[in-house]
Design a protein. Sequence first.
Length: 256
Amino acid sequence: MTKRALKRMAREGEFNSSQFEEESKVRRLPVDRSWSPLRAQGPEAEREQGYMKTIKAKSDGQMALIQAIDARNLVLALGPAGTGKTYLAIAKAVEALEAGRVGRIVLSRPAVEAGESIGFLPGEMEDKLAPYLRPLYDALSDRLSMKRVRALMAEGLIEIAPVGFMRGRTLNNAFVVIDEAQNCTYVQLKMLLTRLGWHSTMVITGDPNQSDLLPGVSGLGDVADRLETLNDVSVVRLKDVDIVRHPLVASMLGVL
């Protein structure tokens, strides 16, 4: 009898244990047929089987941001570092793309150094911009595997571009996230806001108190104050209590 036939007989429980002696080295394999992968039973039947993390608000401010994104086509999320502005915006963008509510995701960020000049960066244009856009890749890879991110980018369903390349575009059927908007001038933000097309959602995130531009150059605070008067635009202002990083972050921001 072949090994394959023996394995099949052991798997299907066709062996008769009485045919083996007590001292024999051959033993019947235990076959438990009480569970089937096609019929989940007990607590396992209710267990979440998805690989993607479930997004849950950890504060009232985060809940307000999630509700605003669901209800409005234009949302401005302002608040200190660590409040989950970028993460929640990208998570909702991925959720909308996976559900088929939008056709693509467009992520944009100003290419501005954090207070120091990095100097000349070698390589092609993509290589030069990669360090500035890395935080967006990090947030995407936390929601999707990097293999899937690369596949979606190759198909054009996810696009990551600096603010300087957004002029002249009309973004229809897209979920647009403008990150680190405190490093945009008033003119740049006006240009970005007017890119919004049909069946699209735009979320602008930033912390007006952490701008890397010269004092008075950032236009995020002024734009938020002006747009807050419109009924169809939501401006969510997160606070220190909404910080979900290390508790020391909230303590330090309170004294710095």
